[in-house]
Design a protein around this ligand. Sequence first.
Ligand SMILES: Cc1ncc(COP(=O)(O)O)c(C=O)c1O
Length: 373
Amino acid sequence: MESEFALTPARPQPRAEIAALSNVAHGAFDFGELERMGLRLDEIIDFSVNSNPFGPSPRLSEVLRSIVPDRYPDRECLALRRALAAQRQCSIDCVLVGNGAAELIWLVALAWLNPQRCALIIGPTFGEYARAAQMMGAAVRVWQAGPQRDFQIDMAEIEHLLAQDRPQVVFWCNPNNPTGVFIPDQVLYDLAGRHPATLFVIDQAYRRFVFDQPESLMAADALPPNALILRSMTKDYALAGLRLGYAIGRGEIIQALAAVQPPWSVNTAAQAAGLAALQDEAHLSRALERLALARRELMRDLLQAGLAARPSSTHFFLVEVGDAARFRRVLLQAGAQVRDCASFGLPAWARIATRRPEENKRLVEAVWRLWQT
Ligand SMILES: Cc1ncc(COP(=O)(O)O)c(C=O)c1O
């Protein structure tokens, strides 16, 4: 008797969902592109990533020197989870550490989504939510904010969609990348409370950068049972080359994510760097103060150079530039990389992240020069 698996085609093929996946554009350097353009990495200032531009804690270099590279990392990230649990006033069963917040997004999709389920995405936003959901064959609904209302989110419409579609998962980036729109934490937690059948994945990758609404580091136990908070230590502690993120939620949710996480995905250097970062919160606080000031100055100087930043609650913001691909290319040649927002469905917009004051000046000068060409 022929096996039920015998119908496979003559050549090995990936699943149909995988063939249909499209690439997601990201900020940060495209090493191949720089090579093709004959540009050197150290000649370019990167305004296309939204990380803390003041760099990691000075303690990091010493910590990295003590790493033992030939020993496997702690699979459970115990020390770091303990430190995070102490900070968030919860049990370590409510914390999962990931290889960047990006890994955690993929774990959510793996554990929660399949072709019979639906994910709701509040757009325009980070592309990995849709890609991870599509990878699992889930239906993807997107509610899209637009420039006519400064990308504000219509909460009544979202409430309606949640009730109508009853998605298994909603991905909500707060504050949102790329728009900088921020919904007060409690408003989202209340919304989650009214829709208990949906897992609310609240991606707070940039929460520390909402300058005028410092967070309370609310106790995890106070979260609604269907809420999962994602954090990117990559961003606030400036660890992009190491990759580090964590999730906070009820034990059952964390367990499901841990069940699908590849072993040892968080390397030893990242775990040690995360611990060192948590022990030097003063470094981050100083950086955030300087960044808030730098952002105000950059917005003012860009306005004088003819670029009006859209309102944003955080250090990155959108500017309308006409042809964003050209704008990016010309600035890149002048030594400043910004994010072309075409992949967010916004081909006339660029996203700019505030950097150190002296770097911001170089961007503003490049914009002045651009208008003269
Ligand atoms: C909204 C959002 N979430 C998650 C990530 C990924 O974070 P990490 O670098 O920690 O994987 C990014 C990175 O750009 C992001 O913009």
